[in-house]
Design a protein around this ligand. Structure first.
Ligand code: SF4
Length: 153
């Protein structure tokens, strides 16, 4: 998802490779924060930790490329992208990871671009921080039943 979003932005905005490398660092920091404070494993916390994390990473990187400031707008982009996946379980059809995963990732890539645009356009204070959304993800993951598809390995 992250490469797809970055490629779209590089080709449409004619960005140099150096900017893409910097955006990858931004995405990586978001992923590291989520791995350290929640989980990025679908088998552990459901799809929110997998597709949700990827969408937050892509949104943060896209926001950076759109000129978002690291203090507020990149944080807002990651939070906006992530919040729509909170509670999403891992439910591969017949145990195959192609369905619904491919469609979920494609839709989340579009959501990441929207979240980045919103973050740059919006003014004012955010009511929910990225850290709060990540904490919610961790709590929801802990609450998931061991018998639910979202935590079945
Ligand atoms: S539904 Fe697919 S993308 Fe989501 S956690 Fe499960 S295997 Fe991964």
């Amino acid at each position: 998802m992250v490469p797809a979003v970055l490629r779209v932005l590089q080709e449409t905005l004619h960005l140099p490779d150096e900017r893409i490398h910097q955006a990858l660092l931004v995405a990586g920091l978001i992923g590291l924060a989520m791995a350290a404070n929640a989980s990025i494993a679908g088998a552990e916390v459901g799809c929110q930790g997998e597709v949700g994390t990827a969408s937050a990473m892509a949104a943060a990187a896209a926001c950076y490329l759109l000129g978002g400031d690291a203090e507020a707008q990149v944080d807002r982009a990651a939070e906006t992208a992530l919040e729509h996946y909170l509670g999403l379980t891992c439910d591969p059809v017949y145990g195959l990871v192609q369905i619904p995963c491919i469609e979920r990732n494609a839709a989340a890539a579009v959501a990441a671009l929207h979240a980045a645009s919103l973050a740059v356009l919006c003014r004012g204070e955010d009511r929910i921080s990225f850290d709060t959304a990540v904490a919610a993800l961790a709590e929801i993951g802990r609450d998931m039943s061991p018998k639910a598809p979202g935590v079945r390995s």
